[in-house]
Design a protein around this ligand. Structure first.
Ligand code: ATP
Length: 362
């Protein structure tokens, strides 16, 4: 189902929870609504579900105005964080619930329930009760129950929040495959940026009742539209003190008398910084010198804290299979790109050495 939300607003008394919000969701896409607590994600989800009426604005399903449709007529399946399974019913009856409401024949119900049990990896669990299952299994039953009546839209509100970190990671991949299999439009509310980046086709960043950015996970990560998005998603180095960085002559436009112009923020992702041992690479000519101050092991990489001037330290990553630096070691580093945010523009600056490669750099 294609979803369009136009100038949606929600007031709770004098408080404006959602502020003229518009976005579209393509049919079959999995969209993550991501943002800090209280930003308005659940309010948007509840209005799409019909559990809450918008104060103004419109919601269209496949081009048809849906504002006044009753919840049960919207063709929506829900999965919430707290499973919300019927405790006194078996797994079979939980999954069959929506099908019985739709008055399907017994054989058709049985066929659909066993198809879903199989798809969810829950074979043999049909006679168990929810308390006899693990958290991950219960949540898979909740998905099976939501998908049984063949909804056109699946709404997920922090579906994995109550599950252990390790199982949650497995469930992310499982969810992605499930959505591919069903091709069902899905909106997924989460606080967890890794979860959204890993599973979503599109991410909508919601903050203070407005949409900061909508884009693919790659766009949100690499071309953040605001300093808020850049600092909310992924890690960033913030340059508090103006310095001249080799390869970024444009930075001088943003500084005056040893300060950044007001409202300028310069952010550099750690992974945009390449670090090499001192004097052993051509980075010496295109980059900066620095001293490794701290080295932190992250399991899948090293996090290096590198001082490039008295006032500026930068965090960078080093792949686990590359040289292990020690504190005190001198290094050369190349900043491949950085983001500049002002109230009127967002710029991604690429290092000049990459745009006009110096023979020495290549
Ligand atoms: P969380 O991630 O913590 O669930 P959220 O991004 O989903 O947050 P919402 O639950 O949509 O945010 O809430 C947005 C704002 O609206 C919050 O400030 C919240 O306190 C307020 N709000 C939500 N529901 C109501 C309500 N029924 N009455 C009054 N205020 C409400």
């Amino acid at each position: 189902m294609h979803i369009e939300v136009k100038e949606l607003e929600k007031h709770f008394g004098a408080f404006q929870a959602i502020n003229k919000t518009s976005f579209q969701i393509e049919k079959g896409h999995l969209v993550g609504l991501l943002g800090p607590s209280g930003g308005g994600k659940t309010s948007i989800l509840r209005m799409i579900a019909g559990l809450e009426q918008p104060s103004s604005g419109e919601i269209y399903f496949n081009g048809k105005l849906a504002n006044s449709l009753a919840v049960q007529d919207r063709g929506i399946g829900f999965v919430f964080q707290n499973y919300a399974l019927f405790k006194h019913m078996t797994v079979f009856d939980n999954i069959a619930y929506g099908l019985k409401v739709k008055k399907l024949k017994r054989n058709a119900i049985k066929e659909r329930v066993f198809y879903l049990l199989n798809l969810m990896g829950l074979e043999g669990k049909e006679n168990k009760y929810p308390h006899q299952l693990s958290g991950g299994q219960r949540q898979r039953v909740a998905f099976a129950r939501a998908l049984a009546p063949e909804p056109q839209l699946l709404l997920l509100d922090e579906p994995f929040a109550a599950i252990d970190a390790k199982i949650r990671k497995e469930l992310r991949l499982w969810l992605r495959n499930l959505i591919n299999e069903f091709g069902i439009t899905t909106i997924f509310v989460t606080h967890d940026q890794d979860e959204a980046i890993e599973v979503a086709d599109q991410i909508i960043i919601v903050q203070k009742g407005t949409i900061e950015q909508q884009g693919t996970p790659w766009e949100i990560y690499n071309k953040p539209a605001s300093a808020f998005v850049a600092s909310f998603i992924g890690e960033s180095n913030k340059l508090d003190v103006p310095i001249s960085l080799t390869g970024f002559p444009e930075l001088s436009d943003y500084q005056n008398d040893g300060k950044w112009n007001s409202d300028v923020q310069i952010l550099i992702r750690p992974e945009w910084i390449e670090v090499r041992p001192e004097n052993t690479s051509n980075l010496k000519f295109a980059g900066h010198e620095g001293t490794v101050k701290h080295v932190h092991f992250r399991g899948d990489s090293w996090l290096l804290e590198i001082e490039i001037t008295n006032n500026t330290k930068l965090f960078a990553y080093q792949a686990i299979n590359q040289k292990v630096f020690q504190p005190g070691e001198k290094v050369n580093l190349l900043i491949h790109q950085l983001s500049v945010f002002t109230p009127s523009e967002t710029r991604v600056l690429e290092n000049r050495a990459k745009i006009d490669p110096m023979p020495i750099y290549i």
